[in-house]
Design a binder for this molecule. Structure first.
Ligand code: ZN
Length: 138
């Protein structure tokens, strides 16, 4: 004789701004043997503007495993995907205050000449100090 167990209550242990991040954490927890659930994923996928209003995409686990799950997450690095440092210096003046921007003018010209817009505008670098522009080395 086996009574059906009442479903264990779920608690939110973390929330993220994108379903991608929540799914990463869900996979990490699952790999550690903790069943995790992603809440609100569908709603946010429908409209990214709702993300903040709902408090992000929530990762939920059973109450009895919440502490274990939080310890596991605390051991993870803050950002699994490090930002690529923008350290290229200006070839004209040597300043490191440079930025990458997309040269949409080239894309527009290609549209005029070829009759179709380029999907990827040319990536260019620009110096904040002297205004020099150049093509990044790749
Ligand atoms: Zn410069």
């Amino acid at each position: 004789m086996s009574d059906s167990e009442p479903a264990e209550k779920l608690v939110t242990i973390a929330s993220y701004s994108t379903p991608y991040e929540a799914n990463m954490v869900q996979a990490q927890l699952a790999a550690a043997g903790i069943p995790a659930f992603v809440a609100d994923e569908y709603t946010i996928g429908m409209n990214w503007l709702y993300s903040n209003a709902l408090g992000g995409v929530k990762v939920q686990v059973p109450v009895s495993l919440a502490q274990e799950a939080q310890q596991l997450l605390a051991a993870q690095p803050e950002s699994p995907i490090p930002d690529e440092p923008d350290t290229e210096v200006c070839p004209a003046c040597g300043s490191s205050k440079t930025e990458t921007f997309l040269n949409k003018r080239n894309s527009f010209l290609a549209w005029l000449l070829l009759g179709l817009p380029l999907l990827l505008p040319t990536e260019r670098k620009r110096c904040h100090d002297c205004g020099h522009e150049w093509n990044p080395a790749r």
